[in-house]
Design a protein around this ligand. Structure first.
Ligand SMILES: Nc1nc2c(c(=O)[nH]1)N[C@H]1C(S)=C(S)[C@@H](COP(=O)(O)O)O[C@H]1N2
Ligand SMILES: [Mo]
Length: 320
């Protein structure tokens, strides 16, 4: 076993008790518990599902972001038990159940395409790029529910500037990890995997676009997109891609998962807009999780001061 001194501990070093217990359950199901002592660790290396998921690790010294809302926050329990993460099933309660053993370490994010210095970042490298902030954002799903979440991370622009986009870079494409063995429910989801998303370069560089590594003071739960995801608070939730492994700069507008599924319903821009209805429902109102009454949806989810100018002169109905 690898023994590390405390200061060398990294994101990956902890196996939580719940996962340990799940592993025992799995091995028992395979009739392997008796055999483990003799076979030792080598057996775990070959076993599937994988041995480790991450324990939530506490972050300290978080900077309070000026972009935070003062609205009442939803609870961690709400936000981690009502999810869209189709890789782990399409019911809101599925990801919390099915993503528990999702192996999120080791993990690298490849940044490539129209850049001077393409490179891969480990999660530990990402964590060192900038001071971590707590950003309390409103998050509005296209299905008309919304949440307020204290996310943790820093502006995506920090990472994007580092790799030096070439003059040809006009869009940024994002891709989620996909492994059908770890995500057996994905095949019933009705959408194609890996999940892909994209932004125009100026949108990706907007300081509000958050490269997110945690929430509620801790690392992300697997069902919320561990170990690293995007949070784009002025757009419908599906733009906020989870569990990212690739970021690619390119000249052309990238395809996006929900647009591919139904282009009339889900546009590339997907800015929150109460004045542009979804073909099957009005977007004028939303329900905050945990509340009974609906509230009015605000254009750009209330972030217009920071983002509206990026869309000057654009017909937001056409570019929905
Ligand atoms: N890879 C991936 N990312 C995804 C999704 C998904 O199914 N797969 N769902 C999206 C949708 S529709 C929403 S509303 C948000 C939900 O984020 P949350 O579960 O953390 O609230 O994640 C988005 N990111
Ligand atoms: Mo969503």
């Amino acid at each position: 076993m690898l023994i590390r001194k405390a200061p060398d501990l990294t994101y990956a070093d902890i196996t939580p008790r719940s996962v340990y217990l799940d592993r025992r359950k799995f091995l028992r199901a395979m009739g392997l518990v008796g055999a483990t002592a003799a076979a030792g660790k080598g057996l775990f290396d070959l076993a599937w599902p994988p041995e480790t998921a991450l324990a939530a690790t506490q972050f300290s010294g978080l900077i309070k972001s000026p972009f935070s809302t003062t609205e009442k926050q939803n609870t961690l329990n709400d936000v981690s038990h009502y999810n869209n993460f189709y890789e782990f099933g399409s019911e809101k309660s599925d990801p919390a159940k099915n993503a528990q053993n999702f192996k999120t370490s080791p993990w690298t994010v490849s940044v490539e395409g129209e850049v001077k210095t393409a490179r891969k970042f480990t999660v530990d490298e990402i964590l060192k790029l900038a001071p971590l902030e707590e950003r309390i954002y409103r998050h509005r799903c296209v299905e008309r529910w919304s949440i307020v979440v204290p996310w943790i991370g820093f502006s995506l622009s920090v990472l994007l500037k580092l790799v030096e986009p070439t003059p040809k870079a006009r869009y940024v494409a994002f891709q989620t990890f996909y492994d059908p063995r770890q995500m057996p429910e994905a095949k019933y989801g009705g959408i194609d995997f890996p999940y892909v998303e994209g932004l125009r370069l100026d949108e990706a560089m907007n300081p509000l676009a958050l490269l997110c590594v945690g929430m509620y003071g801790e690392t992300l739960p697997p069902q919320d997109g561990a170990p690293v995801r995007m949070v784009i608070p002025w757009k419908y939730g599906y733009k906020s891609i989870k569990s990212m492994v690739k970021i690619r700069f390119q000249e052309k507008e990238p395809p996006t998962t929900w647009n591919r599924y139904s282009s009339s319903e889900y546009g590339f821009y997907s800015n929150v807009n109460p004045n542009v209805d979804h073909p099957r429902w009005s977007q004028a109102k939303e329900r905050r999780l945990g509340e009974i009454f609906t509230r009015n949806t605000v254009i750009f989810n209330g972030y217009g001061d920071q983002v509206a100018s990026m869309y000057n002169g654009m017909d937001l109905k056409k570019f929905h």
